[in-house]
Design a protein around this ligand. Structure first.
Ligand code: ZN
Length: 304
């Protein structure tokens, strides 16, 4: 057994790195990460004078060379004690004031070939682990996609879902993607379901009403109408106008003319229904190539 404690000057590590560049292979022992630790002398033994670890014990066992170090105490950092512990006596209880760890730390040393093989094996293992993880991730993504596809096939017989798919807007899109991810209608609140049903009903009314729009009357003229209420939706955000919610009410007369009434009155309960009433022309307007008559003071007959 060969061993020796020696104190290495601080600059030795830099010195070894310098040598390493000139004469890389075979003349050093390396740690498992492939970093050179100690140079070999002419008789092939590690020369403790060149060890990068400072105070070290080099030992040969069955497997090869081992560097043994006495590290600084992990509690006091080598000070042996601290002013902060003065109320219980200054001394560090881990090292009893010695400043060093009780047990030596061991580093196995390898020849260049062995270190290279070790590093190659580790790299191969890490690569295989990464590949396995990627494969697992791909399989998971495929499973999810298949489940979603199966869910969509299952939903295709659900009339409410099919109608929902034709709706625009973030709310409808959100409900739809949650259904496709496996949620059921029962998982939504009564209010959410009611909003969806209202949106579907409105869309169906709009789809079924024939629009062949002409302007009605002339400004300030009051006129009677017979029409279907096709939409009544809030405009703006309630958060900004909490006391003045306004609604866009859209009606299509039996002649196919479009009436628009901006109001604080919500005609939601009439959506899809035929009503008669009176309104006053405010102005004539065109929206997306459709003539529409903007009205004021709209009154639905028999509106309780
Ligand atoms: Zn200590």
């Amino acid at each position: 057994m060969t061993y020796q404690f020696i104190e290495i000057p601080f600059s030795f590590e830099a010195h070894i790195k310098g040598q390493q560049r000139e004469d890389r292979a075979h003349d050093y022992l390396y740690d498992k990460w492939g970093r050179s630790v100690v140079a070999l002398n002419e008789s092939g033994e590690p020369d403790p004078q060149t060890c990068a670890y400072g105070k070290v014990l080099l030992k040969k066992n069955k497997r090869g060379w081992v560097a043994l170090r006495r590290d600084k105490c992990s509690r006091c950092g080598g000070q042996g004690g601290s002013q902060a512990w003065s109320h219980t006596g200054w001394k560090c209880y881990r090292c009893h004031g010695e400043g060093t760890e009780r047990n030596l730390s061991q580093t196995a040393l390898y020849t260049a070939d062995a270190a290279e093989k070790l590093c190659a094996r580790r790299a191969a293992r890490e690569k295989a682990e990464r590949a396995a993880a990627e494969k697992q991730e791909r399989a998971r993504a495929e499973r999810e996609a298949a489940a979603r596809e199966a869910r969509i096939a299952e939903l295709s017989s659900d009339e409410r879902y099919v109608a929902l798919c034709n709706l625009k807007g973030a709310f409808a899109g959100d409900i739809r993607s949650r259904l496709e991810a496996g949620k059921n209608w029962d998982d939504f609140s009564d209010k959410q379901r009611a909003v969806v049903d209202h949106m579907i009903a409105t869309a169906q009314v709009e789809a079924n009403v024939e629009v062949n729009s002409q302007h009605i009357g002339s400004p300030k003229e009051r006129f009677a109408f017979e029409a279907t209420v096709v939409a009544s939706r809030q405009i703006g955000t309630e958060a900004f106008y909490p006391y003045s919610a306004r609604f866009l009410n859209r009606l299509v007369t039996t002649d196919g003319n479009v009436i628009v009434w901006f109001s604080t009155t919500h005609l939601e309960r009439f959506v899809g229904k035929q009503v008669t009433g009176k309104a006053t022309v405010k102005k004539h307007d065109t929206y997306r190539d459709t003539a529409q008559t903007i009205v004021t003071r709209l009154k639905v007959d028999n509106d309780a």
